[in-house]
Structure formats: structure tokens, C-alpha cells
Design a protein. Structure first.
Length: 293
């Protein structure tokens, strides 16, 4: 088998779009279609079926592709081990999974650092489902991931990256010249931030553990929107301090310490065991950890 066909398969499987896969491969869409036709003949499966403009994997493809991509990632690692990784010359795309709040805090300084040390490389910040993190790391769809502490074991490896404590944001002209009390906090109306449609957010879980409950008037998907809501209403927002620094509250919003103690947010760095010893991945982990430190 021509191994270039597997390279085409990998691009189509990741992009699930023929034209986007062709752009990634620097090929024409017709060349990608021709390669897929050859691969279908060799494997005896349609591999992908059209769904509008998308290319959806067949059930057999969906079942076997993760293992195949894992083997391709190992092959790349083996080949790369014969040479030395040079950050100044690499044109690699570093794919890092991170939720929206982490992206707000870390992507800009990380991009600045990587631009200085690896000017020809590119960086992609990618959303991921926590339930499939092990699979996407194994398949090489992500080089690293950054998220809160998750119950994951081998072959996914992780280590603590940073901690961030919570603070309180409210509109600047709210009539209070002193830090709010616990009673005021529990009487106020709040905005909660979560990418999930339902479920308890971190601060409400901690409050429940202490035997308290607050009123959440608005639930939104990101902290940038939450700060705008606070500036335009009487809502209060509980937010990690570093994130508050990155968002920039502006003159319409005031920051206060929380009137009670919450456990800090703990972020971890995740990678796959197969990537240890890969000089590019080792270097990337070192840069992320140095940045957080």
C-alpha cells in the first residue's frame, strides 16, 4: 500500500470536508478524491459518505480510524527520532486542546513565546470533549490539552500546571464602599458561566458543600459575555483572578475579594504516554509549563 494514501485518509477523517482536507495537504480536491478511491478499493469499504458538504465516516471507518491514526502517530514519532527537533526551523502545527476560559488566559502569552522560539511553527487552540480526551490524544489530533483535574489514568499522563483563586466582579456604581459580606453575596443575583447547557458550575458546587445556595439569574457560555452582563446590570460574577486580569474589567466593573473561601481552580497539562520521548512534544510541554510558572 502507498502510505501517502493513509496521509490523505488522516486529513479527510480530521477535517470531514474534502476541500479543507485538500488545503491541509496542499493538493487539489480531485487528487484527494482519486486517493480516496484507491484506498477504498484496497480496504473494501466506502470509508466516507457525503452528508451535504461534509464527509461522514462509515461505521467501520469510525471504529477502526482511531487505532490507525494512533499507529500513524507512532510511525511519525519513530521517524522523527532519527533526527533532531529544531524549534527555530520546524514548521509543525502545535495543536493544543483548551476550554474557552483557558484560551483567554494562556493562548496570547503562549503564542508570543512560541513565536519567539519557533517562528515558522503554527499553533491551533482546539475545543475537545472531556469524555474523548484519551482518544484524541492517542490519535494525534491533539499534542497537548489543558483543563481542570480530570479522572484519567494511563496511557494519558498529566501534571499540575497552575492554580487560580476566585474573586468577585460587580458593576462599579453599585452602592457599596466596602467589600461585600457573605449575606450580601447570598442575597445578590449572579451570572454563571458554563459551556454545558445544564449542571452545577464549580462555585455552586463549593457553596453547596458549605451548606449555602445563591440565585443564578443568567447562565452564559463565556466570561467575556459575563463581564458585559455585569457592567450592564446588578448581576455579580465569581471569576478566577487571572481570568479577570486577562478579560480586563474596564471602568464600569469593580473587583472585590470573595467573602468566603473557595478552593482554587487547578489546571493540569495532559499528554499521551506514546508522545513521551518525542522531542517536539517534550519541547512543547516544557514551553507551556515554563509559561505557567
Amino acid at each position: 500500500m502507498d502510505l501517502n494514501l493513509l496521509h490523505v485518509f488522516e486529513a479527510v477523517y480530521r477535517e470531514q470536508h474534502l476541500t479543507r482536507a485538500a488545503d491541509v495537504l496542499a493538493l487539489t480536491p480531485s487528487a484527494v478524491s482519486h486517493a480516496l478511491r484507491r484506498l477504498r478499493e484496497q480496504l473494501g469499504d466506502a470509508l466516507f459518505v457525503r452528508d451535504g458538504k461534509l464527509m461522514r465516516p462509515t461505521p467501520t471507518c469510525q471504529r477502526l480510524a482511531p487505532a490507525l491514526l494512533d499507529q500513524l502517530a507512532r510511525l511519525r514519532q519513530l521517524i522523527q527520532a532519527w533526527g533532531q527537533f529544531d524549534p527555530a526551523l520546524t514548521r509543525q502545527c502545535f495543536r493544543i486542546g483548551m476550554p474557552d476560559p483557558v484560551e483567554l488566559m494562556l493562548l496570547t502569552p503562549l503564542h508570543r513565546r512560541l513565536t519567539q522560539l519557533a517562528p515558522l511553527a503554527t499553533t491551533a487552540s482546539t475545543h475537545f470533549e472531556r469524555s474523548s480526551l484519551a482518544r484524541v490524544l492517542a490519535a494525534g489530533q491533539l499534542d497537548l490539552a489543558i483543563d481542570v483535574a480530570l479522572p484519567l489514568g494511563e496511557p494519558v499522563r498529566h501534571g499540575p500546571l497552575l492554580e487560580d483563586r476566585f474573586c468577585l466582579l460587580m458593576r462599579q456604581d453599585q452602592p457599596s464602599s466596602e467589600a461585600p459580606s457573605l449575606a450580601q453575596y447570598l442575597q445578590a443575583r449572579h451570572v454563571a458561566v458554563s459551556s454545558r447547557a445544564t449542571g452545577v458550575v464549580m462555585e455552586d458546587g463549593a457553596l453547596a458543600h458549605l451548606g449555602w445556595q445563591r440565585e443564578v439569574a443568567v447562565r452564559c457560555q463565556n466570561y467575556t459575555t459575563a463581564v458585559r452582563l455585569v457592567a450592564d446590570s446588578d448581576l455579580w460574577l465569581t471569576v478566577p483572578e487571572r481570568l479577570a486580569d486577562e478579560i480586563g474589567q474596564g471602568p464600569a466593573v469593580r473587583r472585590w475579594p470573595l467573602p468566603f473561601s473557595l478552593p482554587p481552580v487547578q489546571l493540569h497539562l495532559y499528554w499521551h504516554a506514546h508522545r513521551e520521548g518525542d522531542p517536539a512534544n517534550d519541547w512543547l510541554r516544557q514551553q507551556v509549563m515554563a509559561l505557567a510558572a
